[in-house]
Ligand binder design. Structure first.
Ligand code: MV4
Length: 508
C-alpha cells in the first residue's frame, strides 16, 4: 500500500492526511466546489475535484470517487466517518474495483447495519443486551403482553433503527396502542419499514462505548471506554476517556464483551461497541459502529495508540503487536467546536471566519480544518474542529480544557466555545454526575450561567476601550492642538477609559 485516497472532508480528512504522511504514504484528497481551498485539499499530496457543493453530488458520489482512485493510481480508500463510511455497497464496490478498503469487510458493515441482527449476534455470544424481544410486534395486544412480562416503563424501537427515530417510551398499559402506532408510522417514514420491537426502558443511563482494534490475523483488543453522555438530540458535544463511572473491573468486563461481539462478527479494523451503563453499573450492548469515530482522539491520548495509523496498517495486512487489552493512562477530554449558536437553540451559524487564534501549550491538541478565510456554509456538518486535552487527572484535564477554550478565538461565525466554558465551570459536570439526559435537562441553566468575574472584567475593559475609540472618532481634536500637530496630545480620558487603564492596559 503506497497511495491512499481519502473520501471525506474537514478535520477527519486532514487527520488522515497526517497519518498517511507519518507512515510514508501518499495522500489524495477529494473536494467539492465549496472546498477548493480547504485545508484538507491544501495539505494532501494530491487532490481530485468531485463536483458541486451538495454531498449527493460530491462526497457521496461513490462512483466518481472510485474512478478518481483508479485514475490517480491509489491502492486504498479511507472513508473517514459519515458520508460513505458505513455504506456496505460502497465498501463492496471499492473491493470489486481491486482497491483496499480501510475499514471492516462489507459483510460486517451490512450485518451491523441491522440493529436487531446486531442484538441477536450479541445474545448468541453472551454479550448483555437490554431485556426485550427481537421479533417485530404484530399488534398492541402482543406489545401489552410483552411489556407486562418485562415491566414498565418499556421502549418501543424500530427494527431498522438508528438515531432515535421510531422510538417511544411507554410508561403504562393505557398508552401502549397510541405509542405503537406512532412508532410504526415514524419507522415507516424514516426507514420504509414499520417493524417495531420492545425493550425495557433504562432510566437515566450513561452512554459508554468501547474502542476495539482487530487485525486480519484473528487478533482483537479493547482500548478501553469513552464516556459520551454529554449529547443533545443524539449529537455528542463532549467526550472523555476514561469514564468517571467505570472501574478497572467494569472496564475489563465491558472490553471483553466488546471483543466477543467483534470476533463473533468477523470484525477487522477499528470499531466501536456502544453500551448503555445504568446507575447500578449494569451495561447493555446497543450497536456497533463500523468506522473511525469523531471522538477517537481521547482514546489515542490515554492509550498512546494512533488509531488512524493502525487503521491503515491493519488494512495493509500488519499484525497488532499486542494480545492483551490496554489500560488508560491519565485523562482526556474532547470538546466539539461547532458553528452553532448554542445560546439560541443551537441554530447553525454561517459566514466567513475572519480571525482565528488557536490554543496551545502543554497537553493541548487541535484537530481542525479551518483558518482565517474559511467560508462556513450549510452544505456540511457544523463540526469545525475538536479541541482535545490530556492531563494526569480528570480535575486537571477540566482545568486545562477551560484554559485552552479561553485561548481560542474564532471571529466571523458563532461557535460552541462559550457553551463548553460554562460546562467546564459546572459543578455537576465537574463531579462527573452526567447521563444521556443531563445536557437537555441543564441546557437553559448552562446558557444562562454568568461567566466568571475575570471574564466580565475583561469584557468591561474591552467595552471601555471601544467606547473611548468611538468618542474620539466623533469628537475631533480641538483646532489648536490639531494645528500645532502636537505629537501625543490627547483628549481627556473618560472615567471608563481611566478604569480600563487601571486594569493594566498601558500600551498607549
Ligand atoms: C435506549 C435507551 C434507554 N433504554 N434503550 C437512542 C439511539 C439508539 N441507538 C439507542 N438509544 C437509546 N436506547 C433502552 N432500552 C436510551 C437511548 C437513548 C440514547 C442512547 C445513547 C446515546 C444517546 C441517547 C439519547 C436518548 C436515548
Amino acid at each position: 500500500m503506497r497511495k491512499v485516497l481519502i473520501a471525506n472532508r474537514g478535520e477527519i480528512a486532514l487527520r488522515i492526511v497526517r497519518a498517511c504522511a507519518e507512515l510514508g504514504l501518499t495522500s489524495v484528497a477529494v473536494y467539492s466546489d465549496a472546498d477548493a481551498r480547504a485545508p484538507h485539499v491544501r495539505e494532501a499530496d494530491e487532490a481530485v475535484h468531485l463536483g458541486p457543493p451538495p454531498s449527493a453530488e460530491s462526497y457521496l458520489r461513490g462512483d466518481l470517487i472510485i474512478e478518481a482512485a483508479l485514475r490517480v493510481g491509489a491502492d486504498a480508500i479511507h472513508p473517514g466517518y459519515g458520508f460513505l463510511s458505513e455504506r456496505a455497497w460502497f465498501a463492496r464496490a471499492v473491493r470489486d474495483a481491486g482497491l483496499i478498503w480501510v475499514g471492516p469487510p462489507a459483510e460486517v458493515i451490512e450485518a451491523m447495519g441491522s440493529k436487531t441482527a446486531a442484538r441477536s449476534l450479541a445474545i448468541a455470544h453472551d454479550v448483555p443486551v437490554v431485556p426485550g424481544t427481537t421479533e417485530a410486534l404484530r399488534d398492541a395486544a402482543e406489545a401489552l403482553a410483552v411489556a407486562g412480562k418485562f415491566g414498565y416503563p418499556v421502549l418501543l424501537k424500530a427494527t431498522a433503527g438508528g438515531g432515535g427515530k421510531g422510538m417511544r417510551v411507554v410508561r403504562e398499559p393505557s398508552a401502549m396502542a397510541a405509542a405503537l402506532e406512532a412508532a410504526q408510522r415514524e419507522a415507516m417514514n424514516a426507514f420504509g419499514d414499520d417493524a417495531v420491537y420492545v425493550e425495557k426502558y433504562i432510566e437515566g443511563p450513561r452512554h459508554v462505548e468501547i474502542q476495539i482494534l482487530a487485525d486480519a490475523h484473528g487478533r482483537c483488543i479493547s482500548l478501553g471506554e469513552r464516556e459520551c453522555s454529554v449529547q443533545r438530540r443524539h449529537q455528542k458535544m463532549i467526550e472523555e476517556a476514561p469514564s468517571p463511572a467505570v472501574s478497572v473491573a467494569l472496564r475489563k468486563a465491558m472490553g471483553a464483551a466488546a471483543v466477543r461481539a467483534a470476533k463473533a462478527a468477523g470484525y477487522v479494523n477499528a470499531g466501536t461497541c456502544e453500551f448503555l451503563l445504568d446507575a447500578d453499573g449494569a451495561f447493555y450492548f446497543l450497536e456497533m459502529n463500523t468506522r473511525i469515530q469523531v471522538e477517537h482522539p481521547v482514546t489515542e491520548l490515554v492509550t498512546g495508540f494512533d488509531l488512524v495509523q493502525w487503521q491503515l496498517r491493519i488494512a495493509g495486512g500488519e499484525r497488532l503487536p499486542f494480545t492483551s487489552s490496554i489500560e488508560p493512562r491519565g485523562w482526556a477530554i474532547e470538546c466539539r467546536i461547532t458553528s452553532e449558536d448554542t445560546a439560541h437553540g443551537f441554530l447553525p451559524s454561517t459566514g466567513r471566519i475572519t480571525y482565528l487564534r488557536l490554543p496551545g501549550g502543554p497537553g493541548v491538541r487541535w484537530d481542525g480544518a479551518i483558518g482565517a478565510g474559511t467560508e462556513v456554509g450549510l452544505h456540511y456538518d457544523p463540526l469545525l474542529a475538536k479541541l482535545i486535552v490530556w492531563a494526569p487527572t480528570r480535575e486537571q484535564a477540566i482545568a486545562r480544557m477551560h484554559r485552552a477554550l479561553g485561548e481560542l478565538t474564532v471571529h466571523g461565525v458563532e461557535t460552541s466555545r462559550e457553551f463548553h466554558l460554562r460546562v467546564m465551570e459546572d459543578e455537576e459536570f465537574r463531579r462527573g454526575a452526567i447521563d444521556i439526559q443531563w445536557l437537555e435537562r441543564r441546557l437553559d441553566s448552562l446558557v444562562d450561567a454568568p461567566p466568571p468575574r475575570a471574564q466580565v472584567e475583561a469584557a468591561a475593559v474591552a467595552a471601555a476601550m471601544l467606547a473611548e475609540r468611538d468618542r474620539r472618532v466623533r469628537t475631533p481634536r480641538s483646532a489648536s492642538s490639531a494645528a500645532a500637530g502636537t505629537p501625543g496630545a490627547r483628549p481627556e480620558l473618560s472615567p471608563w477609559a481611566r478604569a480600563a487603564r487601571g486594569q493594566g492596559l498601558r500600551s498607549e
